[in-house]
Write a protein that binds this ligand. Structure first.
Ligand SMILES: [Zn+2]
Ligand SMILES: [Zn+2]
Ligand SMILES: [Zn+2]
Length: 353
């Protein structure tokens, strides 16, 4: 993710910021420009004008906060004239948690933050998710308690209990996972949606290529998951899959690989934006300087992406260990998994929906 600055005073601010601690102006995330903007009330009806150091006369549309801002779960902006009242990300919500139940508001806040990061990445990739002419979808999020987590025809259901850090850690240990997070869940489930869009709906050739790389998804899905839960992962799954769960079924393999690819791109983007990455990758300034800033969401080959990713993860793991934490990146990428990640990369580049 890019770094953000207050459009009024240039103070560094966060993706989630609602107020600038330097100039005290209200802040909101503007999805169209993917910037955090400072706001000035206009007319007293909850409408705001964007405050900029160099005002752009063309960009004088009035804005308002998403309707979910009143619950403290969203800082995204929408046009003042938008009738739904919801931002682009909250407009995707089908069910929100029952806010009269204790703990649900805090859980929803965490879920929204994770979802916003996912939607930010989708916007950066230019991937469609709610456009009217999609062959599948649109993407919908249901946040429900004790519902189980999963995907069906574009509808992503996330069990609100996943937002409980203690419960999530218990599940992580139970399933012997090295990594479990809300953002990971959301990225994984979005993978099932984009499989339908970028692979299944993209024609026979794409589907055949997918089967060559990931296996045949026509294998009985329920039976495969039952087998995985009863007997554990496939033997030596590390050689062929990014995670143990990915070995359960070719659909899960794709979704796990997809999520992993999104982790990589977002983390690389952040590392580049914060100036960490060239040093982590061992580049030297001056004559040896070969690093050119780039948009890792759009114009980087997969080989280049991997070249940059591996040194960064080693540096980050060392940093984590210096703080006494577990590894930042508890994964090993085999050659087969690299090929699977490259396939996801190509699907996103093609966007053949
Ligand atoms: Zn400011
Ligand atoms: Zn919103
Ligand atoms: Zn799945």
């Amino acid at each position: 993710m890019k770094t953000f600055q207050c459009s009024s005073c240039s103070n560094k601010v966060f993706f989630e910021s609602t107020i600038c601690v330097s100039c005290q102006r209200a802040l909101g995330f503007h999805p169209e420009t993917r910037t955090v903007v400072a706001l000035e009330p206009q007319g007293g009806n909850g409408a705001f004008r964007k405050v900029e150091r160099k005002p752009d006369a063309r960009a004088n549309d009035l804005l308002k906060y998403c309707a979910n801002a009143r619950h403290g779960v969203c800082n995204w902006l929408t046009s003042e004239s938008d009738a739904t009242g919801f931002c682009r990300a909250c407009a995707l919500n089908g069910t929100i948690p029952n806010l009269t139940e204790p703990g649900n508001l805090a859980a929803w806040r965490d879920l929204e933050q994770a979802k916003k990061r996912l939607v930010y990445s989708l916007l950066r990739f230019g991937l469609p998710f709610s456009e009217g002419n999609l062959p599948k979808g649109p993407l919908v999020f249901n946040f429900e308690r004790n519902s189980g987590t999963g995907h069906l025809d574009g509808v992503i259901t996330i069990d609100v209990t996943e937002a409980d850090a203690v419960e999530r850690e218990r599940q992580r240990q139970h399933f012997q996972e090295p990594y479990r997070s809300l953002l990971g869940h959301l990225r994984h489930e979005s993978g099932h949606f984009y499989w339908m869009l970028l692979v299944e709906a993209a024609g026979k050739h794409k589907l055949k290529r997918y089967r060559d790389v990931f296996g045949d998804e026509r294998e009985d899905y329920r039976a495969a998951l039952a087998r995985h839960h009863a007997q554990g992962p496939a033997a030596e799954w590390q050689a062929r899959h990014v995670s143990a769960y990915a070995s359960a079924h070719p659909w899960e393999d794709w979704a796990e690989t997809w999520a992993h690819y999104l982790h990589m791109v977002d983390a690389l983007d952040t590392a580049e934006a914060t100036g960490m990455e060239p040093r982590a990758a061992g580049f030297k300034f001056g004559a040896m300087w070969t690093f050119k800033p780039s948009n890792v969401y759009r114009d980087v080959s997969f080989a280049k992406l991997m070249d940059r990713w591996v040194p960064l993860t080693i540096a980050m793991n060392n940093l984590s260990r210096s703080m006494g934490h577990d590894d930042f990146y508890p994964f090993v990428i085999s050659a087969v998994v690299e090929e699977k990640l490259a396939f996801v990369h190509r699907c996103i580049c093609d966007k053949s929906v």
